[in-house]
Design a protein around this ligand. Structure first.
Ligand SMILES: [Zn+2]
Length: 462
């Protein structure tokens, strides 16, 4: 929290000089002088996370980078006008989720982020859905750094990304450190992460934070580790709450990965933790005051970007209506992104099949029970590699397919991650009924010494 004494002296003397020089004009312009007096800064941190290819508005006219640009420009103008400063950060996972983006390696998304003026981004696990060469191409396009202190080359131990960056805003020094969930080691595409090691974020942060505190007045971590309430991360790697509880000296964590909106910021061990759901639905806005070595959160909000809600019209039909004022789309952003959207649409609208019923792939369906779409995918995979059974991660099924013609886009929306099939020889060793029941999370434990299988109809066979 305490600024470097040398810097404090400089900013005090600078403030004195500036206030002497500007006294006359500040009477004339009527404002903009607050930061030059009494060693006070106003810092607004804007943030998004888990963009997942949503550069364009959706079919209901919601979200999209063009409306986000208008919103962010408005906030920048307001903050700058009153003498404050803005930092725009991303909690990562820019890649994967919308076919029009995926087919173009998220180039429109990174170009859009440049135009929005992002200052830094955490590297997310989905950045590794593509080979390293694509990620390096994206990094090359970006006019802001990709930060990750805990991603290293396995052979040399060298970091593969810049661990942190330091901004100086009119004398206020802000360090931004990047951290990525070490779950990427097991959930990332294994082909693309060969030779890469994801070390424990907490260990890297413990080593770096004291170094950063010497160089900066404010220390921010932009992370892609997830927010787990009260640190209850279950079988996932520890997230932002655990990081804040175990590593002292981080003023603010701007997170991602769990895709939950934190309408109220979390506060752990003196650290603020923020997250703005996903897909650019919200822009998070945190207004801070830095005074006498203390960072104080004055205001926090998640600002919706053109949300709609389902309402009944006069004819009794369900229609979607905007919630609140519509944010107009920025023309420069539209001009940048429209050619990409057009190109992507043409590619994904090719019909490839037909279904006579709805294939169920909603999160609330596939993650809690057996569905026709889950079974179809499993059967297709079994047929492809001539296997006796298939296990499909419900988390990898991301959408339903409606009755009627099926396009390439529908299929890519259901399975956007480009996963491969991993053949395996499976053996169960039953030490007790309970172990097997727990392992399979099923209701019918097999007994020791008995064979258990799953037949092609997806039913248990004993
Ligand atoms: Zn993620």
């Amino acid at each position: 929290m305490t600024p470097h004494p040398f810097a404090k002296r400089i900013s005090v003397s600078l403030a004195l000089l500036l206030s002497m020089a500007l006294t006359a004009c500040s009477f004339l312009n009527g404002g903009n002088e607050q930061n030059h007096h009494s060693n006070v800064w106003h810092l607004t941190v804007l943030h998004t996370n888990d963009h997942h290819g949503h550069f364009w508005r959706n079919g209901n006219g919601e979200w999209g980078m063009a409306a986000r640009k208008t919103l962010i420009d408005r906030i920048r103008a307001e903050v700058t006008e009153s003498g404050g400063h803005v930092l725009l950060l991303s909690g990562g996972d820019i890649n994967t989720g919308v076919p029009e983006s995926d087919l173009q390696d998220a180039v429109p998304d990174f170009k859009g982020m440049n135009l929005l003026g992002y200052d830094a981004m955490a590297v997310g696990n989905h950045e590794f859905d593509n080979p390293m060469s694509v990620l390096r191409m994206q990094e090359h396009i970006a006019t802001f750094p990709f930060l990750a202190a805990n991603i290293r080359d396995e052979a040399t131990g060298e970091r593969l990304f810049k661990p942190y960056t330091i901004f100086t805003l009119e004398g206020l020094r802000i360090a931004v450190l990047g951290l990525t969930t070490d779950d990427t080691q097991k959930i990332g595409n294994q082909e693309n992460i060969q030779g890469i090691v994801f070390t424990r974020p907490e260990v890297e942060a413990k080593a770096l934070i004291p170094v950063l505190r010497k160089q900066a007045d404010v220390v921010i971590a932009t992370t892609h580790m997830g927010h787990y309430k009260n640190g209850q991360h279950g079988s996932n790697a520890p997230g932002d709450v655990t990081l804040a509880r175990n590593v002292r000296g981080i003023d603010l964590i701007v997170g991602g990965h769990t895709q939950n909106p934190l309408f109220e910021p979390d506060r752990e061990n003196g650290t603020w933790i923020l997250q703005a759901q996903d897909w650019g639905r919200y822009v998070g806005r945190a207004d801070f005051e830095y005074r006498d070595g203390q960072l104080k959160l004055l205001n926090y909000q998640l600002i919706p970007v053109n949300h709609t809600q389902s309402v009944m019209n006069a004819d009794g039909d369900k229609v979607r209506k905007p919630v609140g004022d519509i944010i107009p789309e920025n023309p420069a952003m539209l001009a940048l992104l429209a050619p990409y959207q057009k190109k992507g649409e043409a590619e994904v609208l090719q019909p490839v099949g037909y279904t006579n019923g709805r294939l169920m792939g909603e999160r609330s369906e596939v993650r809690f029970g057996y569905t026709n779409l889950g079974r179809l995918i499993a059967l297709a995979q079994m047929e492809m590699v001539d296997a006796d059974m298939a296990v499909v991660s419900a988390g990898g099924i991301r959408a339903s397919i409606q009755k009627g013609e099926i396009t390439y886009r529908d299929i890519l929306s259901v399975q956007p991650f480009g996963n491969g099939i991993a053949p395996a020889l499976l053996m169960f060793v039953c030490s007790s009924d309970r172990d097997v029941a727990v392992a399979m999370q099923g209701r019918r434990p097999c007994q020791s010494g008995r064979k258990m299988g799953i037949n092609k109809a997806g039913r248990h066979r004993y």
